[in-house]
Design a protein around this ligand. Structure first.
Ligand code: PEP
Ligand code: MG
Length: 327
């Protein structure tokens, strides 16, 4: 009850913006507390947190030892906490995107995981979901989503596919989902992360399989700039604000909008650099998803940027793009 009042107060102080401000969330136990923030929903709920905090064990190990229902129940439990806290605001759950070294840390994981010298570029994200070596584990994630939506009736749950390298992968994964009863519809959205240059270059082809994108600026910057996101020696060259990354983002928004697809961002860029949010709003992004501690500031900033853009348009004066963002 207290939450409802606080949420209403927050909504009054923070008038709606055309660009929706969402929030990134890992720990479901913080969902209640953060639900009073003036966020329009959860733009990225990271599933990995549920695995490392509540499940601890490798999904294939749990299947092998006869406890697959543990995965479904633990995931459904965590996801539903977030959906309940935010209801009716939308929640976007991202399917697991562990790297093989991270999976190996889960109990029983060493038996199922390859040793990959560059696992940021290895067996991660969508490439696992249709792989005969992993597909049964992916189906447990789908079961959990169905349980939350159908059994618990929390229809504000939507999903997102991470690290999807090719159009064929998008087709295969969405087909598996549809076969399992999770087909895109008016009240169930399937998004994909845009975090690989191929996602941007071929956005016109990916459009067919998804309702929209969330820009993973962390991986996207790494892959466009050719800088390992975890290597301090090249961290100065790892900059989301580089024109190459900005051009990619503009191109994605334009290409997605041509087919009526929405674009969000859930990487760290707008949480770290408020100026970056201005670039995003000027580029016509639909949603910006930031860390909880940046929600209020981002909401105020977005309202301000939107007003300024309107004024600029009305007067024909004001700030214009400072760089050539056209691809
Ligand atoms: C990203 O790549 O920007 C992202 C949000 O995903 P992660 O940081 O989990 O790879
Ligand atoms: Mg990523």
């Amino acid at each position: 009850k207290e939450n409802t009042v606080q949420t209403a107060v927050a909504a009054e102080y923070f008038p709606p913006t055309a660009t929706r401000v969402m929030m990134n969330l890992g720990d479901p136990d913080l969902a209640d507390k953060y639900s009073t923030l003036p966020a329009d929903g959860i733009g990225l709920m990271r599933e990995e947190f549920l695995w490392t905090t509540y499940i601890h064990q490798h999904p294939l190990y749990l299947i092998e030892t006869g406890h697959p229902e543990r995965v479904v129940n633990e995931l459904a439990n965590g996801i539903s906490k977030v959906c309940r806290a935010m209801n009716p605001r939308p929640v976007v759950l991202r399917f697991s995107d562990f790297k093989s070294s991270e999976y190996r840390n889960l109990k029983g994981g060493d038996k199922f995981e390859p040793h990959e010298p560059a696992d940021l570029l290895g067996w991660r994200g969508a490439s696992r979901y249709y792989d005969p070596k992993y597909i049964e584990a992916f189906k447990l994630e789908l079961e959990a989503v169905k349980k939350v939506r159908n059994e618990y009736g929390l229809k504000n749950l939507n999903v997102m596919i991470p690290f999807c390298r090719t159009v064929e992968e998008a087709e295969k994964v969405t087909k598996i989902m549809a076969d399992e009863g999770l087909e895109r519809s008016r009240d169930f959205k399937v998004y994909m992360m845009a975090e690989i240059p191929s996602n941007i270059i071929l956005a016109d082809k990916f459009n067919k399989f998804v309702d929209g994108y969330s820009i993973g600026s962390n991986d996207l910057t790494m892959l466009i700039m050719g800088t390992d996101r975890n290597n301090d020696r090249v961290s100065a060259l790892y900059d989301e604000r580089n024109l190459a990354v900005k051009r990619a983002i503009r191109h994605l928004i334009k290409t997605a909008h041509k087919d009526g697809k929405v674009v969000s961002i859930c990487g760290q860029a707008p949480s770290e650099y408020p100026d970056f949010t201005e670039f995003l709003v000027r580029s016509g992004i639909d949603y910006v998803s930031v860390n909880p501690d940046m929600v209020k500031e981002t909401k105020l900033n977005v309202a301000h940027f939107e007003q300024r853009i309107l004024l600029d348009k009305a007067t024909g004066l004001g700030i214009q793009d400072t760089e050539d963002y056209d691809w």
